[in-house]
Design a binder for this molecule. Structure first.
Ligand code: KIV
Length: 271
């Protein structure tokens, strides 16, 4: 039996039941109405309006520049395209690190102005006060551990995190703290598969992996990477399901040829 197919709307309760039933959770990013509608109709469980919009939509090198207003624009577009999936929105860098009150105010703006269902934020022990306050206000929170791109200048590189004992121990402790603080799920990014297995087994809430191996309770990919819209980013963990870059380039070149050759529009494409 498939739990996600039986429900009209995916909720955090659905995800919890999926973990218990060992049914994997499929999550993808989206940033606009059209793709969100397509992914929702295809049956995706969670749509993440990721701050990766800063990279793939705005062309920035990191996720740091995107603003709360810009995230709200993307998230409200996504929500208008969705009927069934759970929509989770990233709190962008600078909108929650100050203190728990700032985190709650940013969350309330997202919930009121977008109609999304949950927020995600990065970090462990240092964000548990904020998580408690947001959950207390009635908003579901997803955590994010391992490679947390908002801290890229602290890490220095995008390499695999928590390979060493000390960092792995901290990550395990942080995962339990996030669960205790009230998170309904945790993204584990770019950590060893065996560590992700241990964390996933130690938690009652679902883990969603990206570059964290096969033992997570679900997986997430950035839509531009898995659809082959971007071409430069080819990490080992990425499975590319389509090559839109190649196909769209060929289509546009075809269009250019047709326009320049006087072939488009034809008799039946005009009034
Ligand atoms: O912003 C994002 O797209 C994310 C995913 C990589 C999990 O946080």
């Amino acid at each position: 039996m498939s739990i996600h197919k039986d429900v009209k709307k995916i909720t955090t309760n659905t995800l919890q039941k999926m973990k218990t039933a060992k049914e994997k959770i499929a999550m993808i990013t989206a940033y606009d109405y059209s793709f969100a509608g397509l992914f929702d109709a295809a049956g995706i469980d969670i749509i993440l309006v990721g701050d990766s919009a800063s990279n793939v939509m705005a062309g920035h090198e990191t996720t740091l520049p995107i603003t709360l207003d810009q995230m709200i624009y993307h998230a409200s577009s996504v929500v208008r395209g969705v009927n069934r999936s759970l929509v989770v929105v990233d709190l962008p860098f600078g909108s929650y690190q100050g203190n728990s009150k700032e985190a709650l105010i940013s969350t309330i703006r997202i919930m009121k102005e977008t109609g999304a269902h949950a927020i995600k934020l990065e970090g462990g022990e240092e964000v548990t006060d904020s998580i408690k306050r947001i959950v207390y206000a009635g908003v579901p929170v997803m955590g994010h551990l391992g490679l947390t791109p908002q801290s890229i200048y602290k890490f220095g590189t995008y390499t695999v995190r928590a390979k060493e004992e000390e960092e792995a121990e901290k990550l395990k402790k942080d995962a339990l703290l996030l669960q205790e603080a009230g998170c309904f799920g945790i993204v584990l990014e770019k950590i060893p598969a065996l560590l992700a297995k241990e964390v996933s087994e130690s938690l009652s809430i679902p883990t969603i992996g990206i570059g964290a191996g096969m033992h997570c309770d679900g997986q997430v990919l950035v839509m531009h990477d898995m659809l082959g819209i971007t071409t430069e980013f080819k990490p080992r963990f990425l499975r590319q399901y389509l090559n839109i870059h190649e196909q769209a380039t060929a289509a546009v070149q075809h269009y250019i040829r047709d326009v320049k050759g006087g072939d488009f529009p034809g008799e039946h494409e005009q009034y």
